[in-house]
Design a binder for this molecule. Structure first.
Ligand SMILES: Nc1ncnc2c1ncn2[C@@H]1O[C@H](COP(=O)(O)OP(=O)(O)O)[C@@H](O)[C@H]1O
Ligand SMILES: O=P(O)(O)OC[C@H]1O[C@](O)(COP(=O)(O)O)[C@@H](O)[C@@H]1O
Ligand SMILES: [Mg+2]
Length: 531
């Protein structure tokens, strides 16, 4: 297990393109997979720089200038759109965000803005964060992400997030709106809370929540929810979203009509891949209509499948909460005569929750993720290995990501309101096949299946996610006031950054089966190759 064959990549790419098609994402790109070095690394690299294969394919590495050309192209791609791109005449004002605050005066801005003292807590617009920090000396290093066949070191800088000295919106002219879309994720309320608190510190008075995701823009029955520090003070103490969530919804132009009607000029969009595609479309439509609106995303995906980021909020909590399900499955399996426990965890395209939860628990014998194909039957199949585990250990526990092994199931041909493909239940399939197999083999087994999906998703954020949400929420507001739009916030190598939306949603982030983390998971479970 380590290198990746073409045969192994093909079904994953197919699944990925299927996923992409269902989201209507326009630019098919490669997942974070790496082809083996032996696979012809001669002229143009077949070794794939994790997130940018499509960009590397056009590079002529015999050109002595390729590196600086790549870096120029990278800088262009990661440039973050700014209000002045469309409104060059915009004049910034000194920031009203001040950490050395005074007790607010009763009359709004009576004595001018509160922050005219010298304060050095600001970020400089030219500050940058290094996106990749490992120097791989060879493309054969585990998890190597190379641009060229020699794995040349190329610095890739992205924009640092944080408050700027100059801002492009006067707080008293701002009407800010927050919307939460897609499925639930621990931490949504934490992010909403921090956005509201930070907006108020800038001096914004008009803050509203759009109810039930994008649907709230068009459904006349749904009134916008006024938000203030008082309203959001304790919302992070419970899971879910104060504003509600939904899938599907109105067209982009309807949403921008609604923004215009409501006078919203700052929009904070909390959601995953689909939501961000919507946010970027809203940003572009606003530009087309010459509306002075800042659209800023905060990536929300429990699956942790957004490109370029260390992790997304809610993921840690999900991994932690999954321990309860895994532990129950283990206890059931361990206490039964020939017990088999199966736990299905979330992960539509990528198995991050399953991999991390398995590694963390130390109780999993078989971890199955969408990125790594497997067979149920045959001498290398799951069932054969389960028999071996029952014979040698007396029990076994399987952790499977919901998107794993979909090729083994009949297609549902159904999609949800957002166009996401509805998957068959791989957990039920493994349960049924296990029962059948052992019955035919004349070996008694006691199979228990646990699907904790919604219990995990509905949790409140744990402490580490609480911090992540706070930083992301605050940075989203700093980004909007700094005049950026069409951006999202994230964490890269523990630093906080602004990224242009298209770069993070070109495809879902996947586990590289040649990464050290997957290898560590395999070391921990001790599972063999199932192909
Ligand atoms: N390609 C797209 N362009 C515009 N809006 C989209 C796109 N894909 C999804 N959406 C909208 O984004 C919202 C959330 O999408 P969904 O896929 O359900 O969740 P997530 O954002 O978590 O991926 C839905 O309201 C959906 O209509
Ligand atoms: O039942 P629902 O609400 O459609 O949600 C199921 C999906 O939600 C997720 O947890 C996360 O999906 P989103 O990021 O699109 O919200 C997936 O893992 C899962 O497929
Ligand atoms: Mg999605």
């Amino acid at each position: 297990m380590g290198t990746l064959s073409h045969a192994a990549i093909a079904p994953r790419l197919a699944a990925l393109h299927h996923h992409r098609a269902s989201h209507g994402l326009s630019h098919p790109s490669s997942p974070s997979l790496r082809l083996p070095a032996s696979n012809g690394v001669a002229k143009k690299s077949r070794v794939v720089f994790a997130q940018s294969k499509s960009h590397n394919q056009d590079i002529d590495f015999s050109d002595p200038d390729w590196k600086s050309k790549f870096q120029r192209d990278f800088e262009r791609r990661f440039n973050i759109p700014h209000i002045t791109d469309v409104f060059p005449e915009s004049v910034p004002i000194p920031s009203t965000f001040c950490l050395r605050m005074r007790t607010p005066v009763i009359e709004d801005f009576a004595g001018g803005y509160p922050s005219d003292e010298e304060w050095h807590g600001y970020i400089n617009n030219n500050d940058r964060v290094l996106l990749k920090t490992i120097y791989y000396s060879s493309p054969t290093s585990a998890g190597a992400e190379c641009i060229d066949p020699n794995c040349t070191w190329v610095e890739q800088w992205v924009h640092r997030a944080g408050p700027r000295e100059k801002i492009y919106f006067k707080p008293e002219e701002v009407k800010a709106a927050i919307v939460t879309c897609g499925g639930l994720c621990p931490g949504l309320n934490d992010v909403i809370r921090q956005i509201v608190i930070t907006l108020e510190i800038y001096g914004v008075k008009k803050i509203v929540g759009i109810p039930y995701g994008y649907r709230g823009f068009s459904d006349k029955e749904l009134a916008e929810m006024p938000l203030s520090r008082k309203v959001v003070q304790n919302v992070h103490l419970s899971g879910g979203s104060l504003l509600g969530v939904s899938r599907g919804g109105p067209s982009v132009s309807e949403m921008v009509d609604s923004l215009e009607e409501r006078g919203i000029n700052m929009l904070f969009v909390l959601g995953g891949n689909g939501t961000h595609a919507g946010a970027d479309a809203i940003h572009n439509e606003c530009r087309k209509r010459r509306l002075r609106v800042a659209v800023v995303g905060v990536p929300k995906t429990i699956d942790n499948d957004i490109l370029l980021m260390d992790k997304t909020f809610g993921f840690d909590t999900a991994v932690e909460e999954a321990q309860r399900a895994i532990s129950s499955a283990y206890i059931e399996a361990h206490s039964a005569y020939h017990g088999v426990g199966i736990v299905k965890l979330m992960g539509r395209s990528s198995g991050f929750i399953a991999m991390h939860a398995s590694l963390s628990s130390g109780q999993i014998d078989i971890c199955l993720i969408p990125e790594v194909p497997f067979q149920m039957h045959g001498p290398h199949g799951i069932l054969h290995h389960l028999k071996y585990l029952i014979q040698t250990k007396g029990s076994a526990v399987v952790c499977v990501a919901e998107g794993a092994g979909q090729n083994l199931l009949q297609k549902t041909n159904a999609t949800d309101a957002s166009g996401n493909v509805v998957f068959g239940d791989i957990g039920v399939h493994i349960q049924q096949e296990t029962k059948k197999y052992f019955k035919e083999a004349g070996v008694p087994v006691d199979v228990k299946y646990i699907d904790p999906t919604y219990m995990i998703r509905a949790c409140r954020a744990n402490a580490s996610d609480g911090i992540l949400c706070a930083v992301l929420g605050q940075n989203a507001v700093h980004g909007a006031f700094a005049g950026y739009s069409g951006i999202t916030v994230g964490t890269c190598n523990t630093h906080y950054v602004y990224l242009p939306i298209p770069e993070v949603i070109s495809h879902p982030r996947l586990i590289d089966p040649n990464s050290r983390m997957w290898h560590r998971c395999l070391t921990s479970t001790g599972q063999p190759d199932f192909v």
